[in-house]
Structures are given as C-alpha cells and as structure tokens.
Design a protein around this ligand. Structure first.
Ligand SMILES: [Cu+2]
Length: 580
C-alpha cells in the first residue's frame, strides 16, 4: 500500500493542473445506486444524434478523477455507432424475457437476431435481441443430443453465432472466415449443435462482440445429465447471466463504428444487469437450496459474486463439475466463464446478490471496498416443504470427474509443449504519452473496475495491439499456427507480462476443446475442473493441460471483446488422424 501510494503521488501532483478543466464539465449522475454519492463527469445534456448521425459523448466519470492532460477535448479515433439511429425506438417491438425451449435430439429451432426496444433504468433504447428476447432463448437439451438451429441475421451488420464451450463439429463453431463466411444482413446459416458435455454453455456473436453482445445478443444452453444423481437434490434451479452496460442520462454511450473503443481495458458498464434487468428477484422459502448456473457475458468486467449471508458451495464450472465440492464465500467469474453453485437461504428477509470488490483509485493510490447490488433473493418465513438441508451439509466428491481427470495425470509433469506471453503494443503517440503518465502506477492482478475511464475510452483497437506471443518462434497472434492431432494432450505455459504500459488480466478462451488449469505461479491446483475459459492474472504464469479431442481449425483468444478485436487471438489446427 505504501509503495502504491508513493508511486501514485507523483502522478497525482501532475494531474492537479488539469483538475480545473474538469469542473467546466457538466455533472450528471447516472440514476443508479452504484453512483450515489459520486459526482460524475459527462455530457448527458448534449444530444445523442446530430444530422441523423450519432455523436460522441464522454462516458460518465467520477469528478474526483482528473482529465488526462492535453486530452480534455479528445475523442476516439473512430466514428460513433448506435443501433437504429434515426428510427423511433417505439417502432421496434419491446423485447421480452427469454423463453425456455426444451429440445429433443434432432429437433430444430429458428433463431433470429433483430433490433428490439429495451427499457433499462426507465429509459428506452434500440438494442439487439435473439428472437426478440433478453437474454436469448434458453436451450435445454440432454447430454449426447444434437439440435439444429436455423439462424437469420436481421441486424445492421454481419454476424455469426459461436456456441461457447461446446465441443461440436468445427463447421458450426461460428468463427467468421475461419469456419464459415460472415452472415450478411438478411442472410441465414444453419448450425448443428452437439452437446457432448453436461453443464451450462452460452451462445453469442463472433463478430464485433463489443457491440453485438453488449447490445443483448447472448443466451444460455443448459445440457442436462443422463444420470439422475449427477447433481445433489435442490429445491430449484436458477439461470443467472451477469452483464453490465455503459450509459448516461441521454442513453447508451456510442460504440466505435469501424473499430472498438475501450481497447485498453475493455468497455466496463456502469449499470449492472442480471438476465438483462436491473431488478432481478427470486423468492424462496426458508431453508431452500438453489442451484445457480452463472454465466458472465460482460465485455470486460470480472465479478466477485456474494449471495447475502447465504452459505454456498461451488459445484462445477465451464465444462464439468469440480473433482470435489467446496464451501466458498464468493465466486470470482471472468468474462465467458461459468460457475455452478448451490446456496441455502436460511434467514427470512432479503439476501442481496452483490458484486463485492476491492476497487482501486489509480490516481489516489487507494483501494476502497465497493459493493454493487445486482439482485435480491427474498426469503419467506415459511419453512421449505422438501428440506434437503442434511444433504447440503455434505461436500460431495465427484468420482466421475476424478476418474476422468486421473487418466490425464500421467501428462501433468510433461515438458511444456508451447509457451505464450501476453503483452501489449501501443501505436499512437499521444496515447503513449498519456500512458507513460500512468506507467509505474500500481497494476492489480485483476482489473475489477475501470479506474482510467477517459484514457480507456480514448484508446481504439487501431491504436493498440494486444498480443499473444510465442516466445519460442517470435510469432504473434494469427501468425501462430500450431498443429496438433486428435488425441494429443498439450501443455501450455502462459505468462502475462506485467512490464507493459498497461498490463491487464485476460480471460483466456480455447474453442472446441477442454483444458485443466494445472497450476498458477507453480502452485498446483488441488481441485481440478474442465474449463474452456480462465483468467490469466497480471504477472502470473499459468500452466494449462489441453485435451485435444476435436478436429478442425480452432481459435484461442482473450474473451475481453475489445482485446480480441485488438488482435489478441491465434488459431490452431487439429488433424483427424488419431495418435495412438
Ligand atoms: Cu484480454
């Protein structure tokens, strides 16, 4: 802490010069509880559209935070984009909550991406939706089944659908120009989804996710187990999609038209959403046990989720259950990750679902606890009829997962097959100057909040390159073309270099396969779970063991939408000749 403060104090004095300038800006707090007590920069009184074109508005910003010297009137390098500009939002249908679609093996579903009207915090905007819903429909199917999705694109830009976490046929993975051509507006594409693994998965576009996913294009797939004792008995199951969105009093803050803004840290929202709403509520009886299937679809925000005082245990994550259940106080969930938890609500009243973080004020060098309420569990006085409390007290060992993992243990100590270094290159001189001004400030292992909102907003994906670098060949991002064979078990060592102008945590996603996180900074992981996405914290080295089971050309990339579009992806090919 002392070191943090010393490093920061220099920057703080330099910034005093520009504090005057910020007071000229209007102060319009966003009407949301997380900003109560904070004055905000912003320009909410300005219009959102001029001459039929959207105009830039600076994102709302705490007035205690200095503007960047020399950049007070700067704007992103790309034109602003808003959906449905010039069309009355009332002319679009109001989106409705997502429906649940139970699908049998071989059944098909029509899925259409369209413009919809959404109301958030009492304001109406044009956004996007699958089948006019938020989130998109929840597809429920049984492990081992295949379903067909007839997709139609009716938004303004090309799109695809990626079925995140599924080990499906490569042709249906939804990566533009790798597994399929982009689906142009008005066009269609038919996907075949194969549900190889039990658990919670999600679908989203794989083009301009920073816009399309942020505007509401996401939904879950819940793959049911074949065995009835796969999970412990609970009173109910709840689907919970975590998100955030960036808005001010005038509406949604525009996105970059040709390239994403917020390329540095990703676009953090200032309004939190569960299942697309600001007022998620679930009512339970006293003593009820709820199994939550949680997905983080935010562009960049990692959540630390707490369920009031409820006791909870973590059961599973992306592609499997854990080897054994564990009691936890909170769940840390990065973009695109999933967690399956069970919580018991024993105290009548309201249990608040919160994001509880140690935020950092980079200019002052201070950490401060910050709690945002995301939703509420209302617990009644009535005792639950079917009390599973006794079983809840027992932490289960998942022998099926243990046995599966055991067959890979022989590979745990194998030499590293490939290394990756995560780093950053900045190609814009004014931005470099502003970042040097920040350089030397404390870099948290995980960026829980956007502590540099102005610089972050001004950094576009054409000025910044986020890099996956193979230090053994010197190749970077899409130059890297690793070749594997089906049946390979591959050890990757990933190092997130802290010595860059702005190091950042990266949720690392692998398409079409599954992997184990063996260790972080040499500390072995004692409770393994099959993953498709996991956080590489700043300064850490993470060893991953990938089960290469699915042929085709696949992506590995950072799941911060803006980092992906700033280059942070590679592809690898898996041939079909099984290694014996
Ligand atoms: Cu990243």
């Amino acid at each position: 802490m002392g070191k943090v403060r010393r490093l920061l104090i220099v920057g703080f004095f330099v910034t005093q010069a520009v504090v005057q300038a910020q007071h000229e800006h209007s102060q319009n707090p966003v009407n949301h509880d997380q900003h109560v007590g904070h004055d905000m920069h912003g320009s909410a009184d300005s219009s959102t559209v001029d001459d039929g074109q959207p105009v830039w508005r600076m994102p709302p910003m705490d007035t205690s935070m200095p503007m960047l010297p020399g950049l007070e009137r700067a704007m992103p390098s790309t034109a602003p984009f808003l959906p449905g500009v010039g069309v009355d939002p009332q002319s679009f249908p109001e989106a409705v909550p997502g429906e649940i679609i139970e699908m049998e093996d071989g059944e098909s579903l029509n899925l259409e991406a369209t413009l919809v009207r959404r109301t958030i915090n009492g304001k109406s905007f044009v956004m996007y939706g699958y089948n006019g819903q938020y989130p998109g429909p929840l597809i429920k199917a049984e492990k081992g089944s295949t379903v067909i999705v007839h997709f139609k694109n009716d938004i303004e830009m090309p799109t695809t659908v990626h079925w995140h976490g599924l080990r499906l046929d490569n042709r249906f993975d939804g990566v533009p120009n790798v597994t399929q051509p982009p689906v142009a507006p008005g066009e269609t594409f038919t996907y075949e989804l194969f549900f190889r693994d039990t658990g919670i998965y999600w679908y989203h576009p794989h083009m301009r996710e920073d816009i399309q996913q942020d505007l509401g294009l996401y939904g879950n797939m819940l793959v049911a187990p074949l065995r009835t004792d796969y999970y412990a008995p609970v009173n109910r199951e709840e689907i919970m999609i975590l998100d955030d969105i960036l808005m001010d009093n005038a509406g949604l803050i525009p996105w970059g038209e040709t390239v994403p803004t917020h390329a540095l840290m990703g676009r953090f929202g200032n309004v939190m959403l569960i299942n697309g709403t600001t007022d998620y509520r679930v009512s339970v009886d006293r003593g009820e046990i709820v199994r939550f299937y949680i997905t983080n679809v935010a562009n960049s925000r990692t959540f630390n989720l707490v369920f009031g005082g409820a006791r909870m245990k973590v059961v599973g994550s992306d592609v499997s259950k854990f080897e054994h259940e564990e009691w936890v106080k909170s769940v840390v969930i990065a973009p695109a990750e999933r967690y399956i938890i069970e919580a018991r609500f024993e105290t009548p009243g309201e249990a608040l679902i919160t994001n509880s973080i140690q935020a950092i004020d980079e200019f002052r060098g201070e950490f401060y606890p910050r709690v945002d309420t995301l939703g509420t569990v209302v617990v009644s006085d009535n005792a639950v009829a079917d009390d599973f409390g006794h079983g809840f007290e027992t932490l289960r060992t998942h022998e099926d997962v243990r046995q599966d993992v055991e067959t890979y243990r022989v590979h745990f100590d194998r030499p590293v097959d490939h290394r990756l270094e995560l780093t950053l290159r900045v190609n814009d001189l004014p931005l470099i100057r502003a970042m040097e001004f920040e350089a030397g400030l404390y870099s948290p292992p995980i960026e829980w909040n956007d502590a540099m909102p102005m610089m972050n907003w001004l950094s576009s994906a054409d000025q910044i390159e986020w890099i996956l670098r193979d230090p053994d060949t010197g190749k970077e991002n899409m130059e890297i073309n690793w070749a594997f064979r089906k049946g390979d078990v591959v050890k990757l060592r990933i190092f997130n270099n802290p010595n860059t102008l702005h190091p950042m945590n990266h949720p690392f996603h692998m398409h079409g396969q599954r992997y184990l996180v063996l260790s972080i900074d040499g500390v072995l992981n004692k409770n393994l779970v099959w993953k498709d996405t996991s956080v590489i914290p700043v300064g850490s080295t993470v060893d991953i063991l990938a089960d290469i089971s699915n042929p085709g050309t696949w992506m590995m990339h950072c799941h911060i939408a803006e980092h992906l579009h700033a280059g942070m992806m590679l592809s690898f090919a898996v041939s079909d000749d099984t290694r014996e």
